[in-house]
Design a protein around this ligand. Structure first.
Ligand SMILES: [Zn+2]
Ligand SMILES: [Zn+2]
Length: 133
């Protein structure tokens, strides 16, 4: 059995992959919903405002955003950067372009990319051009 000290309150607890004891974990979850509601009600609040008002470290807020559990609205002016290209994004870890590229790379790896290309050799635009002329 793996027993550790809770990172927050220092109490010993049975370690199951989370750095916090069940009580602190529950508190953090409750906090998450409070923060989510706060952002929902204050779409223009920036990150330090949320952090101060909700007494949650900015690091924690960022973590939730990276996990795609929290998303700031465009009005807040809050962006985090894509972990691949550094472009500002609103939630998650990567921007849409990088996500797409990664998906492409993934399908290339499994050889599905070729199949897609073969089936789309009939260019739909070709037909339209033909009709116009
Ligand atoms: Zn604790
Ligand atoms: Zn990117």
């Amino acid at each position: 059995m793996d027993v550790r000290n809770c990172k927050n309150c220092g109490k010993l607890f049975q370690y199951v992959g989370k750095p916090l004891c069940p009580a602190c974990n529950k508190k953090l979850e409750d906090k998450f919903f409070e923060v989510r509601d706060y952002i929902y009600e204050n779409p223009t609040a920036n990150m330090s405002q949320v952090s101060e008002e909700m007494e949650v470290p900015i690091q924690q807020i960022k973590k939730w955003v990276r996990e795609e559990r929290l998303a700031f609205s465009k009005d807040s002016g809050i962006t985090i950067s894509c972990e691949k290209c550094g472009k500002p994004i609103l939630t998650g870890r990567f921007c849409n372009e990088c996500k797409k590229t990664m998906q492409k790379d993934l399908s290339k790896m499994y050889g599905t990319e070729n199949k897609v290309q073969k089936s789309s050799t009939k260019d739909p635009n070709g037909k339209m051009r033909f009709l116009k002329n």
